[in-house]
Design a protein around this ligand. Structure first.
Ligand code: AMP
Ligand code: MG
Length: 514
């Protein structure tokens, strides 16, 4: 494996600047899988492509030249008007449970996998265009993406990456010069998405639903080789694969919970095998802490409410285990033993999640040693925050100051509808801190790494989107990207980005990315 500092390897393709101006050295391992895994389809050209932004740092991490990406030839590739040499574009097949209802065929209805590149970290990444036109999986859709949802995904996924949460990222966004019809006509955009892969729980369901055990085998072997190579050495490799996905998803959702993030559409087709956050549709970070908070306008039942997220993830993993049963049965020697293996694997979700969440809460409270009442102390704070509409992010961030001295209490009390709800909790907290051996300053440093100052607050995301969509003004978008890219640092000049929406600015719902 290459080290992060290793120089980019210049491929033969990169040496021909006309045919492959960006120097993409595409690998196409997915395109080597059997034909029934995808449909070969090229992006549909757009009328008038214009660059919005190239993610310079991400491009460099991938060994790509950001200036070449931003050049007119680069933009043609990013818009889908030209297929770079070495790319074998395709739309992936997958199925999925959407809000609990099984759809046997979904697939990339508006995305093209261009190929894979090996990043400077040695990891293989998918390069995918989203919003790049119709495919055989489009059903009734237009194959396009609107500018607003593209900018939302760019901002929120960059925030997640900077927060240290595994996530798909946006390498570039371009305007198409075409309108897309949504509730109202919207400017169209194409984004280039980078992910460790686009394998989903729904990809496994696709083959399982067809009784295609050979396909499931091939897919599982591919997932192991790409994401969990150590599973290949295990006595039961498919069990090891399931165990690994269960663990990664448990950690991922624990991180979401610790940051107050609501994904919004945790369907099985949006649940990645690599354990990354994918598909930023109606997602949001909570402001006032409210365990049952829902933002998505399509989630009427609250299926994907904040506090339901671990249950939803577990439910999705049960669907993965079901899809893998034929393989588990084979490696265990009987259906009974295969089922038991699946159940054992799934049972590990809760302990993985609980351990990750408890560790995170301990960091947020500045507790370096484990004590029995720690979790109860954290839950008590959360209960009081909920009862008093305290801002989730600010409360925890201000605790980083309060751990050093009581002067910061005033600012925290102000976040609670009834400030005394904080006072009595803080007494308990400070008693507990008395058992700690590390200095208050060290604790504060640890806490500031666990509780960000900056999240992409909804009203700011909304304002950035509106300025771009209504007035082609991308300044707020750029500013917000800058703000969320260093979430754990105090930046006094950016104070206004840390405060919750005023009542008239409040965004109560976010909408699906279509
Ligand atoms: P999503 O809500 O983005 O996770 O998409 C769910 C499914 O609907 C996937 O199969 C998408 O490819 C498909 N889809 C979403 N929007 C469109 C669109 N505008 N055109 C075609 N297919 C779409
Ligand atoms: Mg999706």
């Amino acid at each position: 494996m290459k080290t992060p500092d290793a120089p980019a390897i210049v491929s033969p393709a990169a040496a021909d600047p006309y045919r492959n101006p960006i120097g993409f050295d595409f690998k196409n391992t997915y395109a080597r899988l059997p034909e029934r895994f995808y449909a070969r389809v090229a992006p549909t050209p757009v009328v008038d492509p214009h660059l919005i932004k190239v993610n310079v740092q991400l491009a460099r991490n991938l060994g790509l030249d950001p200036d070449a990406l931003a050049s007119s030839q680069g933009v043609e590739i990013l818009a889908g008007n030209r297929v770079a040499e070495g790319s074998e574009p395709l739309a992936m097949a997958y199925a999925g449970h959407q809000f609990g209802n099984f759809v046997p065929q979904l697939g990339d209805g508006r995305a093209n996998l261009l190929g894979e590149v090996i990043g400077r970290d040695g990891v293989r990444y998918d390069i995918q265009l989203k919003g790049s036109g119709r495919t055989p999986f489009s059903r009734g859709g237009d194959g396009r993406a609107a500018l607003g949802p593209v900018l939302r995904e760019y901002i929120v996924s960059e925030a997640m990456a900077a927060l240290g949460v595994p996530t798909a990222r946006v390498l570039a966004a371009v305007m198409t010069g075409q309108q897309v019809m949504r509730e109202t006509p919207q400017p169209g955009a194409v984004m280039t998405r980078v992910a460790a892969s686009h394998l989903r729980v729904g990809t496994f369901q696709y083959f399982a639903a067809r009784g295609d055990t050979e396909g499931t085998h091939i897919l599982a072997d591919y997932a192991i080789a790409r994401h969990y190579p150590e599973a290949a050495q295990a006595n039961q490799p498919y069990r090891a694969l399931l165990d690994s996905v269960v663990a990664r998803q448990a950690h991922l959702v624990a991180q979401w919970m610790l940051l107050g993030f609501i994904h919004g559409v945790m369907n099985t087709d949006n649940t990645s095998i690599s354990g990354e956050t994918i598909d930023y549709g109606p997602c949001a970070f909570m402001e006032a802490y409210e365990p049952n908070k829902v933002f998505s306008s399509i989630d009427q039942q609250g299926r994907y409410a904040y506090s339901n997220q671990p249950h939803a993830a577990h439910w999705n993993l049960v669907r993965l285990a079901e899809s893998l049963l034929p393989l588990l049965n084979e490696e265990m020697g009987s259906e009974e033993a295969g089922l038991a293996s699946a159940q054992e694997s799934l049972a590990a979700f809760a302990p993985h999640f609980d351990t990750a969440r408890a560790a995170g809460l301990r960091r947020k409270l500045g507790l370096t040693i484990e004590h029995e009442g720690d979790l109860a102390l954290a839950e008590k704070l959360l209960d009081r925050m909920a009862a008093n509409q305290a801002d989730y992010t600010l409360t925890f961030r201000r605790l980083c100051d309060a751990v050093v001295g009581t002067e910061a209490d005033t600012a925290i009390r102000a976040l609670f509808a009834d400030p005394s709800a904080y006072d009595s909790w803080a007494d308990d907290w400070r008693k507990r801190l008395g058992n700690e051996s590390v200095s208050a300053q060290e604790r504060a440093v640890m806490m500031r790494r666990a509780s960000p100052a900056f999240i992409p607050r909804n009203h700011l995301v909304q304002a950035a989107i509106e300025a771009a969509v209504d007035r082609q003004d991308f300044r707020s978008f750029e500013e917000l990207l800058d703000v969320v890219s260093c979430p754990y640092e105090d930046r006094p000049a950016l104070e206004r980005y840390t405060t919750p929406a005023r009542p008239e600015e409040c965004v109560t719902a976010t909408f699906c990315g279509t």
